[in-house]
Write a protein that binds this ligand. Structure first.
Ligand SMILES: Nc1ncnc2c1ncn2[C@@H]1O[C@H](COP(=O)(O)OP(=O)(O)O)[C@@H](O)[C@H]1O
Ligand SMILES: [Mg+2]
Length: 230
């Protein structure tokens, strides 16, 4: 199977005052096309830092990340920005929807920034919106939505560009149990039906089980790799 992401010997240090904290201590991780990987581990173990580096949002102190065949450590900003708009998406724990844009405008924002024409994407966005149960919310503003709905909008926006990979940092972290379960069912379905590879950081062992592979981080390293239920 083709690998869409390969990271080798990833190290990351932050200078905190006079001390240098080594937060990632040599992580190797890869992702196959259409795979669903969950990253778990205690708070502070380096999960978010790793996810940001894999998605090119942050750069490693050492190591190489190859995303869809491209070395992203050496990539220039413009190319990375274009990849972020076309090839992969990111969903944050606390959604960063734009408050003064409607739901529809938020979902299509990455497409508009990529200068795509509404006529080109209208059908596929409509399908995604229906699929996520957001059809009657398109004219609402983020503040008028529940937390679960806002997270569905963030996922719709991530899907709108038809990415090959979606990175998610605790996508259920701010949701109650039932809404969290619904989001997980949705992610499982997106992975199965659309073949989008997912890399998801989660605190929840139950949610990690939705993945095909579970990577457990401990103190900046991968402590073990297990199988999910997929
Ligand atoms: N920008 C930063 N500057 C300094 N320390 C950081 C920074 N980002 C993360 N850290 C530290 O790195 C460690 C791992 O953080 P993080 O990757 O957010 O962990 P997790 O997502 O597993 O909870 C923590 O000790 C955190 O304080
Ligand atoms: Mg985190």
């Amino acid at each position: 199977m083709a690998e869409v992401l390969v990271a080798k010997n990833i190290k990351k240090s932050f200078a905190v005052g006079e001390v240098v904290a080594e937060v990632l201590k040599g992580v190797d991780i890869s992702l196959n096309e259409g795979e669903f990987v969950a990253i778990v581990g205690e708070s502070g173990s380096g999960k978010s830092t790793l996810l940001y580096i894999l998605a090119g949002i942050d750069s490693p102190t050492e190591g190489i990340v190859t995303l869809l065949g491209k070395d992203i450590a050496g990539a220039d900003k413009a190319m990375l920005a274009q990849m972020r708009r076309r090839d992969f998406s990111f969903v944050y724990q606390f959604d960063n929807l734009v408050p003064n844009l409607t739901v529809y405008e938020n979902i299509t924002l990455p497409l508009m920034l990529d200068k795509r024409k509404p006529a080109e994407f209208a059908d596929s966005v409509k399908e995604i919106v229906e699929y996520l149960g957001l059809s009657d919310r398109l004219k609402s503003y983020p503040r008028q939505l529940s937390g679960g709905e806002q997270q569905r909008v963030a996922i719709a926006r991530a899907l709108a560009t038809s990415p090959k990979i979606i990175f998610l940092d605790e996508p259920t972290g701010s949701l109650d149990k039932e809404r969290g379960r619904q989001v997980m069912e949705l992610l499982k379905d997106i992975n199965a039906r659309r073949g989008v590879a997912l890399v998801m950081v989660t605190h929840s062992p139950a949610h990690a089980k939705y993945a095909s592979r579970i990577v457990r981080m401990e103190d900046g390293m991968i402590a073990d790799i297990g199988e999910g239920s997929l």
